[in-house]
Design a protein around this ligand. Structure first.
Ligand code: KE4
Length: 427
């Protein structure tokens, strides 16, 4: 596989950008080797600057659920751009996208648009603190909610009581209000909430953890989470930045039948442009400035170009035929990958929720961060590079989710399954 042009560009980008990238995971640090620089993309394919073609299962980490350069999105964007790109004033487009979101997520009675998932989670936490007048935030190990200072933590040795920053530049005081628990652990959850509820403003959770691969909630864990937070007046925030419109049209909350107080969205609702959103119960969201006293703002929030991409994407997603087709493709891929692994004698565990999935190189059931980390990352590296050489672009980390799009064809899936067998046999 020729990669000369990518290598030259990487040398150049290293001189001017930290790690040569604008987001760490893109640098291939978890799998080794140099990142490929992408020239263009269409449908299920991406093409790098050396002309290599790949079937894309990263899809910009989730947003490109229709497929790259989807015709109706491109057409609408071309027209929209002629009307200017951003006014810094309200437009009808923001109402349109908010209404489309609310139709899919009825729990989001009032919605505020922002420009990233991080802004959405950071703001939702501020609103929860403003509403409850409490300071602590409870999160789960392995969940990533964007680079919010107070959430860049890992469980302190004291487990539930205190957390330690897992990024430089985050003061201990910022993380002292964060409690970290193991996911899917009902006892830890009940005991911690019972002990600390008076100080806990909110629980924030990825209902399906997409930032540790793909970890599903075990029986009734989310139901318990809803009951316990309800009981103690703690705001339940579902971070559906990744699961929104991915696990189902109505996200994980529709799929698992749990109604959170606040929901954070991103990725898919921008159709590949920068959009995040947070929203939920009217009485809570009324706290947000200028209606209430919780301040949050953004120059490009709700800009007409990003709104247009989001509206066009959700219009296609709102057709029931869309999810029928996505589900069919995903089932085919799931069965095929499991069969390839079995025939190749590879010991892997495959999990998926809707159209997000992960293949772990472990024989253990993966139910939380700890069990996810029993995966053999050396084997994953070999799998990643083997598939890359065979024209399949997977997420460059064992602990990321993969995605499919409406544009992934039967042929794409067949090729992926065959190549997976070929590569897994060599590992
Ligand atoms: P952004 O600020 O990156 O738009 O969203 C942050 C975020 C919040 N919540 C969840 C559940 C997320 O998955 C994310 C971002 N996800 C990563 C992928 N693991 C984005 C890719 C990246 O960091 O480059």
């Amino acid at each position: 596989m020729k990669t000369k042009k990518s290598e030259n560009l990487y040398k150049k980008s290293l001189k001017i950008m930290p790690g040569g990238v604008n987001s760490p995971v893109r640098a291939f640090k978890a799998v080794g080797g140099n990142p490929l620089f992408i020239a263009k993309a269409k449908g299920s394919k991406i093409y790098d600057v050396d002309g290599n073609e790949f079937i894309d299962y990263v899809l910009s980490w989730g947003p490109i659920i229709l497929g790259h350069a989807y015709p109706s999105v491109v057409k609408a964007l071309k027209k929209a751009i002629e009307r200017g790109t951003s006014y810094g004033a309200p437009t009808e487009l923001e109402i349109k996208l908010a209404e489309l979101i609310k139709k899919a997520f009825p729990s989001m009675e009032k919605i505020r648009m922002v420009s990233s998932g991080t802004e959405a989670t950071m703001s939702a936490i501020r609103v929860a603190r403003g509403f409850t007048k409490r300071d602590k935030v409870l999160k789960f190990e392995g969940c990533y909610h964007g680079h919010v200072d107070g959430l860049l933590v890992s469980a302190g040795s004291g487990g539930a009581t205190f957390s330690i920053p897992d990024s430089l530049g985050v003061p201990q005081s910022y993380t002292s209000e964060t409690i970290v628990l193991p996911f899917n652990n009902k006892e830890a959850l009940k005991n911690t909430i019972k002990e600390h509820w008076k100080d806990i403003a909110c629980v924030i959770v990825e209902p399906v953890i997409g930032n540790m691969g793909c970890i599903l909630p075990k029986d009734d864990f989310l139901k318990l989470l809803r009951e316990e937070t309800e009981k103690y007046g703690i705001i339940l925030i579902f971070d559906e930045v990744m699961t929104g419109f991915r696990v189902s049209y109505g996200g994980a909350q529709q799929y698992y039948g749990i109604k959170p107080d606040l929901t954070c969205l991103g990725k898919v609702i921008g159709g590949g442009l920068p959009v995040g959103a947070y929203g939920g119960k009217r009485e809570i969201m009324s706290m947000v400035a200028p209606e209430g006293g919780v301040y949050q703002a953004g120059t490009l929030s709700g800009n007409p170009i990003a709104m247009t991409a989001g509206i066009e994407t959700l219009k296609v997603l709102s057709k029931t035929s869309t999810y029928k087709s996505l589900e069919k493709t995903m089932q085919y891929l799931e069965e095929g990958l499991k069969d390839s692994a079995k025939r190749a004698g590879a010991k892997v565990k495959f999990y998926r929720a809707g159209t997000m999935f992960c293949t772990y190189f472990t024989e253990n059931e993966v139910i939380d961060a700890k069990t996810a980390k029993t995966s053999d990352t050396e084997k994953f590296k070999k799998f990643f590079h083997g598939m890359l050489k065979n024209g399949v672009y997977l997420a460059p980390s064992q602990f990321e989710a993969g995605f499919i799009s409406l544009s992934h064809s039967q042929k794409d899936i067949e090729k992926t399954i065959q190549r997976a067998y070929k590569v897994l046999k060599t590992i």
